[in-house]
Design a protein around this ligand. Structure first.
Ligand SMILES: [Zn+2]
Length: 216
């Protein structure tokens, strides 16, 4: 069956990505998100397919090609950020969302010079550098996220070059955005997510539907 939108749940069963402060992994968290977003986008009449990475160490390398087989116009991947060490459940090379390297992290909310793992926070969207459509979709999804996740700050839209963070997904053929709507390592971000995620799904679905309409 033809597909308009592919939703990719980040990571995989045997390597579930970052762990939020309540113990929930990215993989676990976004089972709910993918189902809700699929229903919401389908309610606008679009055909949606949720795609899982193959549950092998080679799964990430094969992901873009797997996404391409569905012929979708757009693809989004669901993640959350974290500050600290990779999940005890393991990760795949080049596939860590976290801000474990102090020089890459500007979060020091209390100004004491130490990067508190609970201080890193905010929402960001990743798209492929040079993709005008990707940047347009990422900007729309970022705006929808900031208006629905009340109190989560913007880390902006990040344009990713070849080989950069998320590239193994972003290189797929559909217009692609990797979504990092909050920091799971930040208790306040996480609480906002649980409080506002249904509104987030509604607003993100509207952006996706409007974007797909514009491609027709
Ligand atoms: Zn992730």
């Amino acid at each position: 069956m033809a597909t308009d939108l592919a939703i990719v749940i980040g990571h995989r069963e045997s390597a579930q990505g970052a762990v939020a402060v309540d113990g929930t992994t990215e993989w676990q968290m976004h089972q709910w998100t993918a189902r809700a977003l699929e229903d919401a986008v389908e309610s606008f009449g679009w055909r949606v397919k949720t795609v899982l990475r193959d549950d092998t160490p080679q799964g990430l390398d094969a992901l873009a090609q797997k996404v391409d087989t569905y012929g979708a116009l757009a693809a989004v991947s669901l993640h959350f950020n974290s500050f600290g060490k990779p999940s005890a459940l393991g990760g795949d090379a080049g596939d860590w969302d976290g801000y474990g390297i102090p020089n890459e992290c500007d979060d020091d909310a209390d100004g004491d010079g130490d990067l508190d793992r609970h201080e890193a926070h905010g929402c960001e969207m990743l798209c492929a550098r040079g993709s005008r459509r990707g940047h347009e979709l990422a900007s729309g999804l970022q705006a929808a996220s900031l208006s629905s996740l009340r109190g989560v700050r913007s880390r902006g839209v990040k344009q990713i070059g070849r080989g950069g963070r998320g590239w193994k997904f972003l290189r797929c053929r559909p217009v692609a955005v990797l979504m990092e709507p909050f920091f799971g390592s930040n208790p306040r971000d996480l609480a906002v997510w649980y409080r506002d995620r249904e509104a987030w799904v509604r607003e993100v679905a509207i952006v996706l539907s409007n974007f797909l309409s514009g491609l027709e």
